[in-house]
Design a protein around this ligand. Structure first.
Ligand code: HMG
Ligand code: MG
Length: 360
């Protein structure tokens, strides 16, 4: 049997750049996306239609969307680009550009996940065994073959809320309930246009304002709510990096007990405490097959003080390959992109695997 495919959502151009203080030229952002498109990544979060007063760095997301629609970057397989929208105003802004290019998004970027490995044995050491014994036939690697090449790339939207009231207020100036209300018109308009919608739940494993013990049942009930509203995927986010292996395991157990399918989940780890890879292994053990990451370990959320970047995509790819699974990503090319963008930003390259790959 061929190795199983793990889907990676590269969030570097959005989560990775949004917190940079210096203004990053549009050309650099576009070059980053173009370089990432050549690494084998199939999903790239490219920008964010949020208020420029709140997050100035994302102000030129319209130009990025326009660029992607006009001149889709070259890639060996089709790429899906995702954009954050916080409210109806953000959706309007997005649609103005999207519709002016007559774009449509009808392809299935969220394939049916492979059957659960049934890891009842509970060993933390049988990850590669689980990964290798799973069929890849219905995995994400089938996306490319299901989709023909299109003249315009697939575009998807992401909405975002959080598991605590304080974080939701700080990040989006509303309560959790109000955030869900805001999503209703976004969801119905997106659905009417065949646009897929991913939903983030922030601070699922720790909150900068309410502390490390966030109620996993709150995360689960929000996830159920968002799926019922029509979300195509839930990205459960450890915004602060406070997640640990036992907390991750507990959260996944609670999500599962709430009836949430593993195939509906992605995990989004920030690496502030250096636990992102350990937590990823726990999630893989639980059958999660989609992970968010940022090249070079870029990133952070402006409304989560002290939080550092996402898990570096190079590190995650190295981990997944070491377990005998595949990502479709060329780690050498990716390592070069991580090093290049770190240099552009005057940042240290935060990816251990990236630096080691380049030093070989
Ligand atoms: P608000 O100030 O309450 O909004 O912000 P408002 O409706 O009162 O509008 C105020 C002004 O902003 C008005 O302009 C609106 O037109 C404008 P004015 O009349 O003053 O000139 N406005 C907009 N402009 C452009 N695009 C828009 C928009 N909306 C209003 N979409 C709002 C509410 C949600 C807009 C604001 O709080 C916001 O933009 N928040 C986004 C914060 C953000 O981007 N955070 C980072 C992304 S989430 C994240 O990083 C976490 C994640 O990675 C997962 C994880 O790790 O946890 C996804
Ligand atoms: Mg994030």
């Amino acid at each position: 049997r061929s190795a199983e495919h793990i889907r990676i959502v590269e969030v570097g151009p959005r989560d990775g750049l949004q917190n940079e203080k210096q203004s990053i030229p549009l050309q650099t952002k576009i070059e980053l996306i173009e370089k990432l498109a050549q690494t084998g990544l199939q999903t790239i979060e490219a920008g964010s239609f949020v208020s420029p007063k709140w997050v100035p760095q994302m102000a030129n997301s319209t130009e990025i969307l326009e660029y992607l629609l006009k001149t889709p970057p070259k890639s060996s397989s089709p790429i899906t680009y995702q954009f954050l929208v916080p409210n109806a105003r953000g959706l309007d802004n997005f649609l103005t550009t999207y519709e002016s290019f007559g774009a449509s998004s009808k392809q299935d970027a969220y394939p049916t996940p492979p059957p659960s490995p049934g890891n009842g044995r509970g060993s933390a050491l049988n990850t590669s065994q689980n990964l290798n014994t799973m069929s890849s036939d219905s995995g994400a690697d089938a996306i490319g073959s299901q989709r023909g090449s299109t003249s315009t790339p697939d575009i998807e939207l992401s909405i975002f809320t959080a598991a605590t009231e304080s974080f939701t207020q700080k990040n989006t100036n509303c309560s959790i309930a109000e955030s869900l209300k805001r999503f209703e018109p976004i969801m119905s308009r997106a659905k009417s246009m065949d646009l897929k919608v991913r939903a983030y739940i922030s601070v699922a494993l720790g909150c900068p304002y309410e502390g490390p013990n966030v109620d996993p049942h709150k995360v689960a009930s929000l996830a159920v709510n968002l799926l019922e509203m029509g979300a195509d995927e839930i990205s459960v986010a450890d915004t602060t990096g406070m997640g640990t292996a036992p907390k991750t395991a507990e959260l996944l157990k609670v999500l599962s007990a709430a009836g949430i399918e593993k195939g509906d989940l992605a995990l989004h780890f920030h690496d502030t405490y250096g636990q992102a890879l350990v937590n990823s292994v726990v999630a893989l053990e639980h059958g999660i097959r989609t992970f968010d990451a940022a090249v070079g370990g870029l990133g952070g959320c402006p409304f989560s003080p002290g939080a550092t970047g996402n898990v570096a995509t190079e590190d995650l790819v190295h981990l997944i390959h070491s377990l005998g699974a595949k990502t479709g990503v060329d780690i050498e090319k990716l390592a070069e992109v991580g090093d290049w963008i770190s240099g552009q930003l005057g940042r240290r390259n935060e990816s251990s695997a990236g630096k080691a790959t380049l030093a070989r």
